[in-house]
Design a protein around this ligand. Structure first.
Ligand code: HEC
Ligand code: HEC
Ligand code: HEC
Ligand code: HEC
Ligand code: HEC
Ligand code: HEC
Ligand code: HEC
Ligand code: HEC
Length: 364
């Protein structure tokens, strides 16, 4: 087993000192007996019973650690404040950024979006001392950290919703019954979005900040990573490209020009309760459209007429029904009118030229 101390602790401490999260002061290499954590924590029945009788297990299954990405490290490389036995009852929370920071000397993959976490809503709150906001281990776990591609990882796409949902309980509940949630969680379809497909993972920002992936003006772009491709939609039986058709509407144009007040995808479909229009619970089901359009004072007089016809229309597709034929009619009308006009001008010109050529142009 490798240990940080004395191997790399000096370099590590120097580098970590530059980090915004206070790094623990490096302890001198502990005596061998301090490393015998297993004497107590290796026993299955080792637990702490509080005054009110609630028990908390203090057993650490070392096999879990050995199977994790941190298999090479010793307990004290993470629990760096344990420098004597018996150790103090209150220990500091483990600081993953002891190793995971850009340019670290131990080869810990620096969080690719390290800056992202520090500047995120979670990182900012955490640095300000709010313990309700997640630190690395709240999303990744403690002793059993494995790569995100491993289905056992807490941040594997199919487990992300439950991981975020521990804190965002209400949103998780909505999401699990949505078309996206059912597809990912029940059908195991990893093409459906987990929370982080829409929000990001480390750089999550509040919706009201413009740079957020879910700010009013960025929502169409975020949905477009999947629904922007016609191929993708067809594969799921969605006959239109909802992003392209949205961009042609008044709402879409105003949104692109930066209006946060005009309806975006989530205003009509909701963010977490996205359902097929044929589902009676859907906000875009014909029966619910008047309420949806009338919400937030947008179209106060919205009535059943709002539910007539379709919203996402591509006039160049036969699927648009009457609109296709009307568009086609006007296209033909425009072309034939222009052609007639052109013909008229040509004939007129030819006539004038002929007259001039014969020197017989009339004065009127
Ligand atoms: C002599 C037994 C003993 C040994 C050896 C021991 N511990 Fe503990 N440990 C305890 C007890 C008892 C507690 C519960 C402390 C409390 O909260 O009252 C505990 C709690 C902990 C906690 C949880 C603290 C918290 O605030 O929740 C951690 C982490 C921990 N030990 C790490 C270690 C590490 C790392 C080692 C080896 C370097 C180690 N322990 C060695 C007895 C031991
Ligand atoms: C990769 C870092 C890492 C290593 C290595 C590690 N721990 Fe932990 N340990 C954590 C984290 C993270 C927690 C959760 C509490 C926290 O955030 O500080 C934790 C929690 C604990 C607790 C509190 C009870 C619990 O399970 O929540 C004990 C006891 C403990 N560790 C003992 C050990 C022992 C003994 C070893 C060595 C066999 C060890 N740890 C190795 C990161 C680590
Ligand atoms: C003692 C230094 C150290 C500490 C502390 C540490 N890590 Fe690591 N971590 C590493 C190293 C080194 C690797 C690379 C392991 C490998 O590739 O074999 C790693 C790998 C990882 C990976 C896998 C990344 C990948 O793509 O392979 C994750 C996720 C991770 N750590 C998260 C954490 C979390 C969460 C904590 C805090 C609970 C933590 N680490 C604490 C050193 C550390
Ligand atoms: C809000 C939850 C959350 C927090 C907090 C968080 N992460 Fe992550 N992290 C994720 C998710 C989700 C992924 C998976 C990304 C993917 O699927 O590509 C991830 C991926 C990673 C990876 C890439 C590789 C892998 O195999 O898992 C590393 C390394 C990592 N995180 C380290 C950290 C460190 C260090 C911190 C603390 C500074 C941290 N994370 C904080 C959610 C979080
Ligand atoms: C399909 C994309 C998508 C998915 C998947 C998604 N969200 Fe959201 N989320 C959004 C959008 C868009 C908003 C902004 C809502 C708005 O402006 O009304 C949002 C807003 C939020 C907010 C802020 C709410 C507020 O009141 O400010 C939180 C917290 C949140 N989401 C958490 C989650 C969690 C947790 C999950 C997974 C269980 C998740 N989201 C899945 C798109 C998504
Ligand atoms: C340990 C608890 C915890 C976990 C895990 C967690 N969050 Fe949060 N999150 C918070 C807290 C606390 C806030 C700030 C309070 C608030 O606004 O709800 C917050 C804020 C947010 C916001 C901004 C809300 C706003 O103000 O607009 C979003 C979006 C968000 N989290 C998404 C996620 C996503 C996605 C995940 C999983 C990848 C996640 N959170 C995991 C606790 C958590
Ligand atoms: C990561 C890819 C991805 C993202 C991002 C995404 N979706 Fe989806 N969406 C899907 C998949 C996949 C389905 C089909 C699920 C199934 O039927 O199994 C779907 C289904 C839907 C449906 C229901 C279609 C039907 O008839 O069942 C609607 C409505 C929808 N998405 C709207 C949105 C909106 C609005 C956003 C942005 C806030 C969004 N989606 C973001 C992948 C995505
Ligand atoms: C003004 C409200 C509104 C806006 C804005 C809107 N939609 Fe829709 N969407 C609807 C309605 C209503 C339907 C039902 C079919 C129709 O009318 O075309 C629908 C259907 C869909 C469908 C097919 C689902 C099904 O069950 O048929 C998808 C996918 C979709 N929208 C995604 C999006 C995306 C992505 C955006 C943003 C780029 C968006 N929508 C913007 C109202 C809206």
């Amino acid at each position: 087993m490798r240990t940080l101390a004395p191997l790399a602790s000096a370099a590590l401490a120097a580098a970590a000192a530059a980090q915004p999260v206070p790094a623990p002061t490096p302890a001198p290499p502990p005596a061998a007996e301090v490393r015998q954590c297993g004497i107590c924590h290796g026993r299955r029945e080792f637990k702490q019973v509080d005054a009110d009788g609630t028990a908390r297990t203090l057993w650490v299954d070392e096999r879990e650690l050995r199977r994790s990405v941190h298999s090479k490290w010793h307990c004290i490389d993470c629990h760096a404040d344990v420098d004597r036995i018996p150790h103090p009852a209150r220990l500091a929370k483990v600081n993953c950024q002891r190793c995971h920071f850009p340019g670290n000397p131990v080869g810990a993959p620096e969080d690719v979006n390290y800056e992202g976490y520090v500047k995120s809503v979670h990182g900012r709150l955490r640095l300000a001392g709010n313990l309700k906001a997640p630190a690395c281990q709240d999303c990744h776990g403690a002793h059993g950290v494995v790569k995100h591609t491993d289905p056992a990882s807490q941040v594997h796409p199919t487990r992300v919703p439950a991981t975020c949902g521990r804190c965002h309980v209400q949103i998780f509940a909505e999401y699990t019954t949505s078309a996206h949630g059912i597809s990912l969680l029940e059908k195991g379809n990893t093409e459906a979005p987990s929370c982080s497909a829409c929000h990001g993972e480390h750089g999550i920002l509040p919706a009201k900040e413009n740079a957020s992936a879910v700010s009013a003006t960025h929502i169409p772009e975020t949905c477009s990573t999947c629904h922007g491709m016609t191929e993708f939609n067809l594969r799921y039986g969605i006959p239109i490209n909802p992003v392209r058709t949205f961009r042609h509407t008044f709402h879409g144009i105003a949104n692109e020009l930066g209006s946060a007040r005009v309806a975006n995808c989530a205003s009509c479909h909701t963010a977490h309760n996205v359902l097929s229009a044929s589902d009676p619970r859907s906000t875009v089901n014909p029966a619910n459209i008047p309420t949806t359009c009338g919400r937030a004072g947008c179209h106060p007089g919205a009535n059943a007429n709002y539910a007539r016809g379709r919203f996402h229309i591509d006039p160049s597709s036969r699927d648009a029904g009457i609109i296709y034929w009307v568009a086609l009619f006007f296209k033909i009308l425009t072309i034939s009118t222009l052609a007639g006009l052109g013909m008229h001008i040509l004939l007129d010109l030819a006539k004038k030229l002929r007259h001039r050529h014969h020197g017989a142009a009339t004065r009127d």
